[in-house]
Design a protein around this ligand. Structure first.
Ligand SMILES: [Zn+2]
Length: 469
């Protein structure tokens, strides 16, 4: 079943944030393909009228939807020294037990929450490929079905994963469900190309799990083989999330991860680098010069105790920045932007770290960066100088969005990001269709019931597995 929203030809908004400023009483016109084809002043008679505050939807540029189920199960100390690596063991326990229906049920609920959290598209970094006894890839079908059910825009990123560490270390048992040979991966890629046509609603890209999980020579040759493939809109990779990973990369290759990718000629506007937590300032400068996108996942990075990179110089130099919900411990675009700035404040001992003289309101600057950077990360940004049609992706916040009515428009976004911790979008439009209207998603009851049944069953299995594992 697909989310079947109504597609109006025009919508009037009380307050619309458009290209960095608030418009009062504006009307957007849409074509049948779901693009905005015009914006005019004033309300239009007969067009639906949306009160509250409306913003362009944000791309969730990095998501592992199945990890949505993990949140509370990893908040109890696994050892005296709990960290990213111990969290990963619980994640493996879940991944190894998922069936296709489970993945669809968890992902549909996750995507519904992401819509409420202000995201209208998601890039699913998918290292699962075959669940159960399937011979053909089936995890992508579960993800596509979940996105269709929720009504969120989807970019699928089938992910190459081969080793436990640098130097071709054999995978751990928990990693086996993710592993594929390069030949199998490229065969699967051809299969996915036939399932998801280049002009269809589901976008495709390719991900490499990390430099520890895929040898740099393999990454280079696979990336080169996709160079002229119009299906492949973007290339993603996790980099420099953990100090141990950076140290191992230097030991093996004499360079830290981002510098290694640059030295191999791999960085370009097609690439999105996830985390970059422990990238040096020089590496971030290389990333910026390449026009690749840095994808930060601030709530997951905080939850896992990763750290945060010093990104002021990177942003000042015009670097592309996107945000991702990653492990989905939080499902709010506004929440990610809040944590992004707060993590910088904690690390630097200052306030409004990511403000500039030209953009003193951090919330305004970060929202604009994330809105455009997210499109870069999934290969949907307009080429420089070109006027590409803009997707009609809108999210509107109202009653539970803080005291925005008491503020001047200059402070609307500051209210949403910093003073409305539980804001949930009440109207969400994706590619010109309503998927949430007046707070209601048409398939919510079924998505919720299926998720509850799945979670209850998996919780029992995982707890049992962890106690005996
Ligand atoms: Zn990730």
């Amino acid at each position: 079943m697909q989310a079947e929203g109504i597609a109006p030809s025009a919508v009037s908004f009380a307050n619309l944030w458009w290209q960095g400023r608030w418009l009062r009483d504006a009307t957007a016109s849409m074509d049948k393909a779901g693009h905005c084809i015009g914006l005019s002043e004033g309300r239009r008679r007969g067009a639906p009228f949306i009160g509250g505050l409306t913003l362009p939807g944000i791309v969730d540029a990095h998501c592992h939807a199945f990890q949505r189920a993990l949140g509370p199960w990893t908040q109890r100390a696994a050892s005296r020294r709990d960290d990213f690596w111990s969290w990963r063991e619980t994640m493996y326990a879940l991944a190894g037990r998922l069936q296709c229906d489970d993945l669809e049920a968890i992902s549909a609920r996750c995507y519904l929450e992401l819509l409420r959290g202000g995201y209208t598209q998601v890039a699913e970094f998918l290292y699962l490929h075959r669940l159960g006894v399937a011979r053909e890839p089936n995890a992508d079908r579960a993800i596509a079905a979940a996105a269709g059910r929720a009504g969120i825009g989807l970019t699928l990123l089938p992910t190459l994963y081969q080793h436990a560490d640098f130097g071709g270390a054999p995978p751990h048992p928990g990693q086996l469900p993710f592993v594929r040979s390069t030949e199998r991966f490229l065969e699967d890629w051809q299969e996915l190309r036939s399932r998801y046509p280049a002009d269809g609603p589901i976008g495709l890209g390719v991900a490499f799990h990390s430099l520890r999980a895929v040898d740099i020579d393999v990454t280079t040759s696979v990336a080169q083989s996709l160079q002229d493939d119009p299906h492949c809109r973007c290339l993603h990779i996790h980099v420099a999330e953990q100090p141990a990973e950076v140290a191992a990369c230097v030991r093996r290759h004499g360079l830290p991860p981002v510098a290694l990718l640059a030295a191999r000629g791999l960085l370009s506007a097609r690439w999105a680098l996830i985390h970059g937590t422990h990238a040096t300032e020089a590496e971030l400068a290389q990333l910026c010069a390449s026009r690749a996108t840095l994808v930060l996942c601030p709530t997951t990075e905080a939850d896992l105790g990763d750290g945060c990179p010093a990104i002021e110089p990177y942003l000042a130099a015009g670097g592309h920045l996107a945000i991702g919900s990653d492990s989905n411990i939080a499902r709010s675009a506004l929440g990610e932007l809040r944590q992004l700035e707060w993590s910088q404040r904690l690390a630097r001992g200052r306030r409004n770290v990511l403000a500039t003289a030209q953009a003193p309101a951090v919330a305004d600057r970060l929202y604009q960066l994330a809105a455009t950077g997210g499109l870069h990360a999934i290969g949907q940004a307009a080429p420089a100088g070109a006027a590409a049609p803009q997707r009609a992706d809108f999210v509107s916040y109202d009653e539970d969005a803080g005291d925005w009515e008491m503020q001047e428009p200059d402070d609307f976004l500051s209210t949403l990001v910093f003073d409305a911790p539980a804001a949930r979008a009440r109207q969400v439009m994706v590619a010109g269709r309503w998927v949430i209207r007046d707070g209601v998603h048409t398939d919510e009851a079924a998505i919720e019931a299926r998720y509850r049944e799945t979670l209850g069953r998996l919780r029992a299995i995982i707890r049992e597995g962890l106690h005996h594992g």
